[in-house]
Write a protein that binds this ligand. Sequence first.
Ligand SMILES: N[C@@H](CCC[C@H](N)C(=O)O)C(=O)O
Length: 260
Amino acid sequence: MLLKFQKYQGTGNDFIMVDNRTLFFPKNDTKLIEHLCDRRFGIGADGLILLENDTLSDFKMVYYNSDGNESSMCGNGGRCLTAFAKSQGVIENKTTFNAVDGLHHAHVDSNGIISLQMIDVNTISLQPEYVFLNTGSPHHVTLVDDLSSFDVKNQGAAIRYSDLYGKAGSNVNFVQPLGENHFRLRTYERGVEDETLSCGTGATATAIAMHALGKTTAHVIDLDVEGGKLQVAFEVNDGKYSNVHLIGPATFVFNGEIEI
Ligand SMILES: N[C@@H](CCC[C@H](N)C(=O)O)C(=O)O
């Protein structure tokens, strides 16, 4: 069978997009999805995203990490899927779609920048050396002095596979403050099992964690990731974070087709 797909990337976090509204795609074929995401033997991507019909909203998002397993929410992927849905004529510039963590609102501005509403965050674990929270995916957030020389892959894997997070594991974000509302982060991603150039739920987690730690009083945070720049905006009342938005570009890379 010939699989038609489009590649998208959001600040360097890259995805294979498939229009699966006819439900033709073999969703349970973990090995196929892993192969398609392989950067040498397949198309190459951090993840694969299916666009499907939904009874409650404009469309449904189904997300797979590059290990081939379906996973939790992908913030950059949600922004890229919004751009893909627009390119396919499924939506115009505003949408509500259904993902594994519920309904998401998104809109595309006149410059193509996409703002994606993320889930509210009401539970934050503040520990002496780190913060843990869930922004649609689980995130461990810890401050480091110099990100440029930091061994993200090995240090990230050690935390991800530690007893802290059991079989499920967690994504791991290493953060360096750059200014009052400006942080740099590098992320080790669960399910990719490597550093990615960007992680949207990770950037969201980092922004909220920095506010919860008192490292900033701002409610609009700039985040420098390896693949570009993201912004996270939120409201907060009594330690509860709402109206959370992940804002940034989502770029079409190429059309492709591959025999599967
Ligand atoms: N890159 C994504 C996160 C995708 C899910 C994550 N790897 C997990 O399994 O928790 C993002 O942009 O949020």
